[in-house]
Ligand binder design. Sequence first.
Ligand SMILES: NC(=O)c1ccc[n+]([C@@H]2O[C@H](COP(=O)([O-])OP(=O)(O)OC[C@H]3O[C@@H](n4cnc5c(N)ncnc54)[C@H](O)[C@@H]3O)[C@@H](O)[C@H]2O)c1
Length: 302
Amino acid sequence: MAEFLRGKTVAVTGAGRGIGRAVALACAAEGAAVVVNDYGVGIDGSAPASEVADEVVKEIEAAGGRAVAVADDIATMAGGERVVRTAVEAFGRLDGVVCVAGILRERMLFNMSEQEWDPVIATHLKGTFTVFRAAAALMRQQGGGSLIGFTSGNHQGSVSQANYSAAKGGIISLVRSAALGLNKYGVTANCVAPVARTRMSANVPMELKEIGEPEDVAALVVYLLSDAAKEITGQVYTVAGPKIAVWAQPRELRAMYAASGSWTPERIADFLPGTVGVDPMPMLQQLEVMAKAAAAKERPNA
Ligand SMILES: NC(=O)c1ccc[n+]([C@@H]2O[C@H](COP(=O)([O-])OP(=O)(O)OC[C@H]3O[C@@H](n4cnc5c(N)ncnc54)[C@H](O)[C@@H]3O)[C@@H](O)[C@H]2O)c1
């Protein structure tokens, strides 16, 4: 057994399946004690089952590692708090949290219901907040720790998953806020945008050219949780099989200033197109390709 995370305790949400499970197994294999959280729901968030988290705990124990299950819903404050409290009660400390739990309720924006919007935002964005909130309070006292959120390339926008895209964009801003607010306490916060074969990626409505396995994602997460990455904070990394890429920080591209100190709509119309202009949206250029792939029912696992 390798020891990249020796002596650390890590909590992973959504750790019963897919990427979360691979992260939990990898953390345990690298010497961490692991809190395995999973509400055990269907891909749309329905029908919870506690066995899903228990199974991963059994797998970790069978391999000689230490783990404890929490089957709570992390979209609730109580669930997030329980994940953190369980780490302290079972293992005496918490060094890292990895918020992987997620669901999908796909629908075009003009047809999307409140029942499709709210649970997706609650699971991804609030579900990252509840765990970060409880962990940040503890890590501030401890004087260190790592917070890892899960976003998606879809944070750039999505044709049929506006709820998911909005939640994933929100997670990036939450992570950046955590990086800023906790920097002086030695706590880092970073985001991972994975592309890996799971039940969820099998439902992505577009062709995924670059894709890997959950274990590829787990390797990056273990690195970000380790002391080797303690200077890295406020970053968003894509991992897709052999590829790891860093995303740019958002920044203003070009500016224009009103000579008189204020603009009118007419003056903006005169100057904006030729000065600040636009920044072309990469996803917009891909709409046709994505529509063709969706029509052909091309799926990464198909
Ligand atoms: N697979 C990909 O290619 C891909 C791409 C981009 C982003 N992601 C993100 O990576 C993460 C993991 O995705 P995956 O593909 O492994 O999905 P998955 O469906 O295989 O696993 C998600 C797990 O989260 C659990 N979960 C859902 N709601 C929960 C809740 N309220 N509380 C606790 N657990 C809950 C589910 O029971 C499930 O076991 C998600 O956040 C997803 O949005 C995945």
